[in-house]
Structures are given as C-alpha cells and as structure tokens.
Design a binder for this molecule. Structure first.
Ligand code: PTT
Ligand code: SF4
Length: 612
C-alpha cells in the first residue's frame, strides 16, 4: 500500500507478547494516519469509563503518510491515549527521530497495552520486539535516561521517554522525545508511567513505501531548500516562538500573575531578543531547517531550551522576569517530564489560592526559589500539597474549595496555553471548544482576530474561522503528521501538502478532500468525550469564570476595565455549534455524524446520549 506500511504493532506489557496487525486501504483512506488512526483505534478499543491511569488504557504512537519523508518539517509523531487530565481523548504532537525510525521498522502505529510488572523499556528493531528491564533508570530524569539509552543503542535511534513525573503519574506529565522536544500535554507521560514503561526505543532499516520515490525525493529536496531560504529571510528564525511575546504583551494577551493581568512592563526581559542573546545551542526536529528550539544556560548553568509557552507560563504568569530563573524552572519541567504549560499554570494557581486564603502555604508570586521547591514536590507527589497539585488545577481547586475553581485556568481539565483571553472572545472560544482541553494547537485564531477583525466582536466570522483553522491544524496537519510551522510562520502554502500526499500515496486528492476527514476526526473526538461524560452540556465549552469577572479586570493598560461577556460568548458558541452541526447541548446531531461517515458510531452513541 503506497504511502503506508500497512502494519500496526501491538505490544502487551502484561503478557509480554507482541504482534503485527495489518490494516486495510479503506482504513488508511478514511483516517489517513496520526491523530486519525489514534482516535479511531482508541474509540473502538477502550471500554468506556476505564481509569486512564489503569492497565486498561492504551498508549498509541502514530505517524502519517508524510511523516519521516525528507520534505519540510516532517519529523513528527502523535502520542495519544485516554487523557488523565480530561477523561476524554488526549494527544500531543512530538518532534522526534521515532518518526522515521518507526516507519523504517515497518509500522504506521504502535499500540501499547497492559501494565508491566517491573520498570520496562520497549525496544523495537525492525521485526524484533523486546521488553527490556529499565530498573537502572527508574527514578531518574529524562536527561539521564536519554544518555543511558544513547550509550546503549547509539544516537540515531528514536526515543520516547518519561521522567519522575510520569513515573509518579503526575496527571500532566509529558513524554520527552529528543533534545529540546516534549509533548503529550494531556498526560501522555502519566499514561506511560502507569504502565511502568520508562522508554520506547525504535530502530528501522526498511524503505518507506512510496508511490513515486524519485519524484518525492526531488520535490522534498527542492522544497526543503525553498523553506530554508524563506526561513533565513524571516525574523522568526532568530527568536523562535518566543518572538511572539512582545506582541502578546502589547495586545494584552500575556498571562501575568495567574492570568490576573494581561501585560507587564518588565515582559521584555524574557522576550525572544533576550533569549536569542543568551543562546548557546539550537535544536530542531528531524527533516527541519527551521530549528526553532533555542537553548540558553539556566541559573545553574544547565542548558535549557525555551519556547514561548514555557516562558509565558513559567515567567510572567509567576511574576518572574529573570530569564535564567525561567530557564531553571523549564529545565526542571523537562527533566522531571512535566508539561510546562500545566506546570506553570498549577504553580500560578497555587500562589493565587494562597493569596486568596483558599490554600495553606507561604509561596509568593515572584519567588523563583519557592516555586522550584513546589515543582519538585509535584514531580514526586511529595506531601499533601505535592499530591494535590499533581492532579492539575481543576482537581486542586475542588480540593481547596473557597471558590478557587473560578481562577483555575483550565477548560475540560486541561490548563490554558499562554494566551490570556480576558478580552479576546474568538481565542477564548478556540480554547473552549478544543476537543482535547485548552490547547492552542487546534485553532490559533488570535492573530487573525486581533489583526483582521474587531476585537470586541462576537460575530459568526470568528466561529467560522475557528472551524476553518481546526480543519487545517487539528485535522490535516495532525493526520498527515507534519509540523505546521512552515505554514504558520513562513506562509508556506497549505496546498503543498496534498502534493506531498499524492506523490507518496499515488492518490489524486485535492485540499478539499481532507476537510470531511478533519470533520470526521472532530466528530469522533466529540463522541469519545460524550461517551465518557454522558451528562455533558455547553458549559463544558466555557473558559474559566475569571475571564468574565468584572472584579477581575485590568485596572489600567490596553484593555483596562474590559472582560468577556457571558451572553455574547454564548451566542458565539452557538454560531460554532451551528456551523459544526451540533445541537444546543454541543452534541453533534445524528445527521451531522452520518454526513461525516460516522453512522455506525452515531448508532452506538445513542446508548450514551440522545442524539437530536
Ligand atoms: C505542545 C506544547 C507546546 S506548544 C510547548 S511550546 W509551542 C510546550 N513545550 C514543552 C517543552 O518543551 N517541555 C515541557 N516539559 N513541556 C512542554 N509543554 C508544552 O507543550 C513543539 C512545536 C511547538 S513549540 C509548537 S507550538 C508547534 N506544535 C505543533 C502541533 O501541535 N502540531 C503540528 N502539526 N505541528 C506543530 N509544530 C510546533 O511544534 P503537545 P515538540 Mg509538543 C521542551 O506536544 O502535547 O502538543 O504540546 O512537541 O516536538 O516539542 O514541538 O510554542
Ligand atoms: Fe520542530 Fe520547530 Fe522545525 Fe517544527 S519548526 S519541525 S517544531 S524544529
């Protein structure tokens, strides 16, 4: 089957068995790969109501037809499972050598099920699949674990590994995937830890099946060169993602003091210019010339790779404006394997709760040393506070009480990325309706909204743009599986991707052919959510109360006195539902599901909720 290896590798950690499972051409064309494969497999195979941190959950790592092929920025893999944060489908998009190695080993997806008795490393070398002891590195951070793996298997292998946070099932533990790369925000590292799976290592030597390999080689080489040239000419390549920080501050979208404020006069101290000036190394994913990972020394001289999200949540959100201190917190997150977004948000929430008398403790905003201590407690679930905070802001707020849930900055249980939408209705909705919880990756409407529309508008055009972006970002890029940055940051046209897809698969698809598949993927993610949350309603798609609170407005600055309004947000949400074909509860109608090819799933969904 050109474009796909046609095989899934299934490994059971309880029995120690593994087997290859072929999949059909129809399955490939219906779900494409990556997120499409992952959500369909998990939806079909997971019994509703299982504990995401129990042996019944499954971890899927899946690539797409474009992944790993030498062409712009193709070194990405999807990791997915039932999320310990949201209870719904969760995934992350990782840059990693795992991508091309798993394809060369002969698989498009890996399913890991069960639970090992002892700390284990899964080793895949083409057809050879072994479960090896990992006791030696259990209890160690991701850096040491990575070195241990490289020393045994060489630096060319693909690696997914976890730190102590994953082992201790901190709900927002991530997976490290290579130097400077990490992800799986909705707790994919915790799922690995619950299986006592310290690492997955893969080596492959087979050719990746392609319809027109010579044509693809030429096309990939030419486009890599063009993207490289575009990148060299772009300011973005100098500062990486942190280049966006001054703009976020200027437009009052920066998270400051647990999202209480939207800008800060000292924000420039942690911006991309300062980061670039402190640069000691640059990292990138395989097949990428853009190399957006900028590393600098932290306060203890260790190399720490920073992105905007990491800086925003571990810096201004905690009132920390010393970049080397931000770098230390970031290094600790990377080593423990804690998501920097949720980690920074949890720390900010805790300081805020103390400030409001809702939680015990003497932690203060701006005190980097104290924040480091709390972060360590979280990674090891040390003491009552470490244990509560390891559960994420929503669960911690429920434990603290005193109305603290209003300023737990999360949606559906997952913490909001570094865009403070106190007065940005469209981006607030993008977080609200993101099917995996508040992640900016599904629809980053903020630049369109603030540059091309009226900020205060709650018009249908914003809801339409969110759907359009979800189709491209959450559907296309996550299923063909490639990095979206050439398109987002350099304007590398989205029309290039069907060209790669067709050259690899031998098919003849137009861009428009991908949209029904994107909608199918969103439909089944929604069904996954519905099955786990049968009493769901539109309130699940609301951002935190703090953004609507007249008592929580900025006293001065660009949006002084402004906040979101409930009735207007609700009407914007309704526009989104209308465009998506959902009913007033936010549930896809039967007709909508049938239209996107989910008739069988719609019939089964009747067991969990009445479809309109
Ligand atoms: C992603 C999320 C992001 S998104 C960032 S910074 W970003 C944070 N990075 C973390 C980190 O680092 N260490 C850590 N311990 N926790 C971290 N949590 C945060 O995780 C990521 C890049 C980035 S950098 C972005 S926006 C783009 N994301 C893409 C995407 O989602 N899809 C896609 N097709 N292409 C993308 N390209 C860009 O990739 P999650 P990565 Mg990450 C150290 O996975 O769960 O989606 O969380 O994967 O390999 O690091 O690449 O300003
Ligand atoms: Fe990885 Fe950044 Fe390159 Fe994307 S642009 S492939 S995230 S290094």
């Amino acid at each position: 089957m050109d474009g796909w290896t046609g095989q899934i590798l299934r490994v059971n950690l309880t029995t120690g068995s593994s087997r290859k499972e072929p999949f059909s051409e129809e399955f490939a064309h219906t779900w494409i790969g990556g997120r499409g494969f992952a959500v369909k497999l998990l939806y079909d195979e997971l019994r509703p109501g299982i504990d995401p941190l129990g042996p019944e959950n499954k971890l899927v790592a899946a690539v797409g037809p474009i992944s790993g092929i030498p062409a712009p920025n193709t070194g990405k893999t999807i990791v997915a499972a039932k999320s310990p944060m949201t209870g719904g489908y969760g995934d992350g998009n990782l840059g990693t050598r795992f991508t091309d190695q798993i394809r060369k080993a002969g698989y498009d997806a890996l399913i890991v099920e069960g639970q090992a008795e002892r700390p284990t490393m899964l080793f895949i070398d083409d057809d050879r699949v072994e479960l090896l002891p990992a006791d030696e590195v259990w209890g160690k951070g991701t850096y040491e674990t990575n070195d241990w793996i490289y020393a045994r298997h060489g630096k060319g292998v693909g690696v997914l590994n976890i730190g102590q946070a994953g082992e201790n099932m901190v709900r927002y533990a991530v997976i490290r995937s290579m130097e400077g790369r990490a992800g799986g925000r909705p707790g994919m590292g915790a799922v690995m830890g619950s299986k006592r799976l310290k690492a997955i290592v893969v080596k492959g030597s087979k050719p990746i099946p392609q319809a027109f390999p010579a044509a693809m080689k030429q096309l990939g080489r030419d486009d890599l060169r063009t993207v490289h040239q575009m990148d060299k000419d772009a300011a973005w390549s100098v500062q990486g993602t942190d280049g966006v920080l001054p703009w976020c501050n200027e437009v009052a979208a920066l998270p400051v003091h647990n999202f209480r404020r939207t800008y800060h006069p000292d924000a420039w101290k942690v911006d991309g210019e300062r980061l670039n000036a402190a640069r000691i190394a640059t990292y990138g994913c395989p097949n990428c010339t853009m190399r957006c990972g900028i590393a600098m020394p932290d306060a203890e001289g260790r190399e720490s790779e920073l992105d905007y999200e990491n800086v925003g949540l571990l810096g201004p959100n905690l009132d920390i404006f010393a970049l080397e201190q931000v770098a230390t917190l970031n290094y600790m997150c990377d080593d423990y394997g804690i998501d920097t977004i949720s980690g920074g948000s949890v720390l900010g929430f805790y300081a805020d709760a103390i400030e409001h008398g809702a939680a015990p403790g003497d932690l203060r905003f701006g005190d980097a040393e104290q924040f480091k201590k709390v972060l360590t407690k979280i990674a090891f679930r040390e003491g009552e506070i470490g244990n509560v905070l390891a559960e994420g802001t929503l669960r911690a707020a429920r434990a603290f009480g005193h109305g603290s849930e209003a300023y737990a900055m999360q949606v559906k249980g997952l913490e909001i990325s570094a865009y403070n939408c106190k007065f940005i209705p469209g981006m607030a909705l993008a977080f609200g309706v993101s099917p995996i919880g508040a992640h900016h990756k599904e629809s980053w409407i903020i630049t369109f909204e603030l540059k091309q529309t009226l900020r205060e508008s709650y018009g249908r055009d914003k809801a339409q743009k969110i759907v359009d972006l979800q189709r491209i970002r959450g559907g296309l890029f996550e299923s063909i599986v490639t990095c979206r940055f050439p398109w987002v940051e350099l304007g590398w046209g989205v029309e290039h991707y069907p060209k790669y897809y067709n050259t690899i698969t031998g098919l003849d698809w137009e861009l428009e052919d991908f949209w029904p598949i994107s909608d199918r993927i969103y439909g089944i993610m929604k069904l996954f959510w519905l099955r786990e949350h049968p009493r769901t309603d539109r309130t699940a798609d609301y951002p935190p109360a703090a953004w609507f609170d007249p008592a929580n407005v900025d006293p001065d600055g660009p949006i002084a006195g402004r906040h979101l309004e409930y009735d207007k947000y609700d009407s914007l949400l309704q526009h989104y539902y209308d465009i998506r074909g959902y009913d007033r509860r936010g549930i896809p109608t039967k007709a909508t599901l049938e239209q996107v090819g989910l008739a069988a799933e719609a019939a089964a969904a009747e067991e969990h909720a009445t479809l309109s």
